[in-house]
Design a protein around this ligand. Sequence first.
Ligand code: AMP
Ligand code: GLY
Length: 425
Amino acid sequence: MKILLIGSGGREHALAWRLTQNPDVELHSAPGSSALAALGKVSPVAAENIPAIRSLAAEIRPDLVVVGPELPLVLGLADALRGDGFKVFGPSQKAAQIEGSKVFAKDFMIRHSLPTASYAVFYDPLDAKQYLEKTSYPVVLKADGLAAGKGVAICGKLSTALNALNSLSSLEAGQSLIVEEYLAGEEVSFFGLTDGETVLTLPSAQDHKTIYDGDRGPNTGGMGAYAPAPLVSGALEKKIVNDILLPAVTGLRVEGAPFCGLLYAGLMITMSGPRLLEFNARFGDPETQALMPLLKSDLAETFYRAASGTLAGHQMEWSPMSSACVVMSSEGYPGPYRQNDEIRGLDAANARPGVKVFEAGVGRREDGQPVTKGGRVLGVTATGPTLKEAVDNAYAAVGDISFKGSHYRKDIGMKAFNQGPLYPV
Ligand code: AMP
Ligand code: GLY
């Protein structure tokens, strides 16, 4: 099976690594990375350049296209490729609005009675200001549109909210603004893989969004993840599926935007149950790096069935082990960061049993020497019979690796060790 994978990050490396464990898979990727080049053929075509990706697909004639990142989906890549006759794992532009527009997503949640924080939408910053002057705190301000994690501000008091309003209103993505109820609890990522009708669930995962230990510092793309999340009991999982994932997939279908791909529910597990923070229209990064080593069945077949509308009766098989991914980042990230530093120790880390280092921001010099080439550089991932062992194995592998200015959190998975189910179901 010829597969064209769109993307270049750690998530795509993890997907590609799993896909190519099927010896019948011939992998192509765009724009790819040096890690993806080791698994197949890479074409340096930007993921969001839709005409160029279409030409590439016309040349390669893949049996399946898998779209990793959200931007090409929101720009309509899946529609264009389907129009050209290709099978695509990834939602249409219309269905991807679930991630691309926070206003669409919130209105959709309300239309389908999905549990979420109460909210108000503003198109004029002055109206928002008046509302902020009389509401109670904390509140959360969100700019509409894809803002790469920079469009959200949690505000404990009026002055912070007014500052946030000023900076969000000047964001390009900020044509409209949401002011939302603050939800207290634990965040969980929960993924449904769907052909638009049948939904297969993946093990729950938790991300670590901030740069420093103890959930301090600015938000990043994700500094580590683990799976499954012990706080998601079997009963809670059922509730998430029945109250959130299934009605969401049905809702998108009845609204004429069937969702084919990976529907990511970003949840806050509160004392009164799971609440939706957001939907994403693609796999999470770095949750995917933690999840892929737990997948036992063939991913290529699952993607192909999802893209063909034949998921009914199909199952994914998961290992009962736990998995942890520790992200190593460049000095300065999530601000301007160092680059082109030599990375040492990848082979030693990868040689450890149960360890796989996924590459997010790595380049290779002509002599093959890996160098840093991004803010998030590596997702050092390990499995173990318990979460504790998985975390220990991942940190042992991190200890093999070095590059100038490297940073990683020392507390990935820690809060889960002594945590039972939080929500009493
Ligand atoms: P989002 O871009 O919607 O995922 O928001 C980014 C982060 O802001 C989330 O991962 C949460 O940590 C936090 N957040 C968003 N909405 C809320 C909310 N209503 N209550 C508490 N925290 C929130
Ligand atoms: N791990 C967060 C995200 O992929 O959006």
